[in-house]
Design a protein around this ligand. Structure first.
Ligand SMILES: NC(=O)c1ccc[n+]([C@@H]2O[C@H](COP(=O)([O-])OP(=O)(O)OC[C@H]3O[C@@H](n4cnc5c(N)ncnc54)[C@H](O)[C@@H]3O)[C@@H](O)[C@H]2O)c1
Length: 396
């Protein structure tokens, strides 16, 4: 029987087509909470974005009484709407699709930098209201300025490459340094804040990375950009810094509190100010990003349902190496006939070897299998495996 996938927050047509080609039955009609609870057990996979809340209750409904739910796929990065612990306890894998939004968000951050540096939205407003103003909108150029990026992961590095190409000097701070990031790493956030003309946040998380102390370290001429998470900036502190011209301006895509639905009112003290540019969490809002993210989640969910691939998992390690314990390998060349794995498992089990994974491929007329185990394989183990009928070679 074909496996069934429910995309409860919608899915781009390209990804639906891909899943159908892979032999899945895909449904995209949105279920409300009650319908979801009663139907979820019929689906092998649940795909969501941010709207559907994947609670413990929903996950339990997905697995109890023979429920088929095996995997939840989140199109995008944040998994705040998914109870990861409950999923882990119940044997439901959670995967995400973090790459599809990268370019769109990096471009949006760059757009916000241009917007605040050249005051384009302010000029637009005055013209739309029928008044010609030129002198009040004297801007600054990005060329030759220093961009300081806090959080140099996917989006931070993508922005760094674009800014470098525009002639900006790019510096960055991250706890983890990547050897080929197109920027110069600073040793601390204060060091970065003192040097940067533009500070752009791409660290994510729920901590305020920019608060009163940090704003005091920024140049009077500097601009703050936040297309990361609303909570990364303490808005009261930013309000004071902008109101007293402690920094030159800010451009924000994310807010401490955001309306839950399209069309709801948006009220924020920062709206009083004229040295700020705001967009409504639009970082990932491009057609391309939607397609890339939809395709990415479709592919990684397919990889799990089809071949037990753990790539892009967020509630278990992507590989056994991520589990923290030591891992050793045993290489076995053997006949391709039923029962071989059972014999290997029995032999290793009797010698107290705990198997964590095995990867196996057809190799000419034979099969090559690599076992990953948690204890150093001994010569005794090697000899026992080599003596099994149908085994050609064992190497440790
Ligand atoms: N505005 C939008 O619409 C939009 C769209 C996509 C992603 N985002 C946000 O962008 C963030 C970054 O996305 P990404 O794909 O680049 O994630 P990522 O995981 O690739 O990169 C985040 C980086 O930040 C670093 N980091 C974490 N805390 C830090 C701290 N306190 N100081 C310095 N560095 C820190 C991490 O080590 C990591 O390298 C996401 O967390 C998400 O919240 C926003």
């Amino acid at each position: 029987m074909n496996k069934r996938i429910l995309a409860n927050d919608g899915l781009v047509e390209e990804a639906q087509k891909y899943l159908k080609q892979q032999g899945f039955v895909i449904e995209t009609e949105k279920r409300d909470e009650d319908d979801l609870l009663s139907e979820i057990g019929q689906f092998d996979a649940l795909l969501v974005r941010s709207a559907t809340k994947v609670t413990r209750k929903l996950l339990e409904a997905g697995v109890k009484n023979g429920g088929k739910l095996k995997i939840v796929g989140r199109g995008g990065v944040g998994t705040d709407n998914i109870d990861l612990e409950a999923a882990k306890e119940l044997g439901v894998i959670v995967k995400f699709a973090p790459n599809g939004n990268t370019n769109a968000t990096a471009e949006h951050a760059l757009g916000l930098m241009f917007a605040i540096a050249r005051k384009v939205p302010m000029a637009h407003h005055t013209l739309m209201s029928g008044t010609w103003h030129k002198k009040r909108f004297l801007g600054v150029e990005l060329f030759g300025k220093t961009l300081g990026i806090i959080g140099c992961g996917r989006i931070g590095q993508a922005l760094a490459a674009k800014a470098g190409a525009l002639g900006m000097k790019v510096i960055g701070y991250d706890m983890y340094r990547s050897i080929d990031a197109p920027l110069e790493y600073m040793d601390s956030i204060p060091e970065l804040l003192k040097k940067a003309d533009f500070v752009s946040l791409h660290c994510g998380g729920a901590d305020p990375v920019i608060n009163t102390e940090e704003l005091k370290l920024m140049k009077e001429t500097a601009f703050l950009i936040n297309a990361s998470r609303g909570k990364n900036v303490a808005e009261d502190a930013l309000y004071e810094a902008l109101k007293t011209s402690q920094i030159a301006g800010a451009a924000l895509d994310c807010y401490e509190t955001e309306p839950k639905r399209e069309g709801l009112p948006f009220v924020n003290k920062l709206q009083e100010l004229d040295n700020i540019v705001m967009s409504a969490h639009l970082g990932a809002s491009t057609r391309n990003a939607g397609i890339r993210t939809g395709m990415e989640i479709a592919e990684v969910v397919t990889a799990y349902l089809r071949r037990g691939d753990y790539g892009n998992c967020v509630n278990v390690g992507e590989t056994v190496l991520d589990e923290g314990a030591d891992v050793y390998t045993i290489f076995i060349t053997h006949d391709d006939k039923p029962g071989m794995f059972g014999k290997f498992g029995t032999a290793m089990g009797e010698m107290g070897v705990n198997i964590r994974e095995n990867n196996s491929r057809k190799l000419g007329d034979h099969v090559q299998t690599v076992y990953m185990v948690h204890s150093q394989p001994t010569e005794e183990v090697r000899t026992a495996l080599a003596s099994i009928e149908g085994v050609i070679r064992v190497s440790i």
